[in-house]
Design a protein around this ligand. Structure first.
Ligand code: FE2
Ligand code: FE2
Length: 293
């Protein structure tokens, strides 16, 4: 038994060392650095900010899609970054640019083990559902729910890109019957949620986002944000149940009981109806997202 614990600790330490190195291998993206600097200056105009953001067209395209998503709750058509900044506000833009540029900079090539397009779809669909759920429930931090959900599986992307041999070992264990959770602990000594939290801390993303990311499979463990973490957990579960933005790593994702009390849902039957009510609007917007991946 003690050998198992030592082994686990050693693997964990090894993973922590690799993550420290990733911090230098994948420094904070230039566009993000520039945007954060501009946002620190209270005199920065939306025009100047939009010029900085416009240097990265893939981020621009994604911000506009997000701003125009029916799940984001805006009624006007947003056709320019400047307009998006005015409507979403500086705080929200900071969060969206942070999340998108991190996703972009950590992107890896697709291979037989991970399809980047599916990963993006899964992250984006989970984020839009989380945002919509938070708005419908009248929660204050719906912007944080969106960002945390967009980044919730970032750790998987990190394992795939920077610890590829471990990624393959995890997949092999899963194909021989292990759960992803057990396989991650066995191979790298920590979960993808923990990896996400550690890296977000390095990149100075607000620690509340990190807390949600870390606990998205077990919202009960979130000390400060059990409700928002439950929202992200449920959104993750819904993408699997509704078969939109499917992602292998979440196959067989177990619903954590804590969401019933945290989100005031009576039982499984009520949850089923609740999930079904989101199906149509979700499917309607999925098509428009495919070209973004
Ligand atoms: Fe996950
Ligand atoms: Fe997920």
């Amino acid at each position: 038994m003690s050998t198992v614990i030592i082994d686990y600790n050693q693997k964990r330490e090894r993973t922590e060392l690799i993550l420290k190195r990733i911090n230098t291998l994948a420094p904070i993206p230039k566009i993000l650095q520039e945007v954060l600097q501009l946002l620190n200056n209270i005199n920065t105009s939306p025009h100047l900010l939009s010029k900085a953001i416009s240097k990265d067209q893939s981020v621009v395209l994604k911000i506009l899609t997000i701003a125009n998503s029916p799940f984001y709750g805006l009624t006007k058509k947003v056709s320019s970054i400047e307009f998006a900044i005015m409507i979403l506000g500086y705080d929200e833009i900071r969060n969206v640019v942070s999340a998108l540029s991190l996703m972009e900079s950590l992107k890896n090539k697709s291979d037989q083990y991970m399809d980047q397009k599916n990963f993006w779809m899964h992250s984006y669909v989970t984020a839009t559902i989380a945002k919509k759920l938070a708005l419908d429930m009248g929660l204050e931090k719906s912007g944080e729910a969106f960002i945390a959900a967009l980044l919730h599986d970032l750790g998987i992307s990190i394992i795939h890109r920077f610890m590829h041999t471990d990624f393959v070992s995890i997949c092999d264990l899963v194909s021989s019957g292990a759960s992803y959770y057990d396989a991650e602990l066995q191979v790298i000594g920590m979960t993808h949620g923990e990896i996400g939290e550690i890296l977000l801390k390095y990149w100075n993303i607000p620690d509340l986002i990190g807390e949600i990311v870390c606990n998205h499979h077990n919202p009960k463990l979130s000390e400060r944000l059990p409700v928002l973490t439950s929202v992200v957990h449920l959104a993750d579960y819904m993408t699997q149940q509704l078969r939109v933005g499917e992602f292998n790593w979440d196959d067989g994702l177990e619903l954590n009981d804590h969401i019933f009390s945290a989100l005031n849902i009576k039982d499984l039957a009520e949850l089923g109806k609740f999930i079904d009510s989101y199906k149509e609007p979700l499917l309607a917007q999925i098509e428009s997202l495919r070209y973004l991946a």
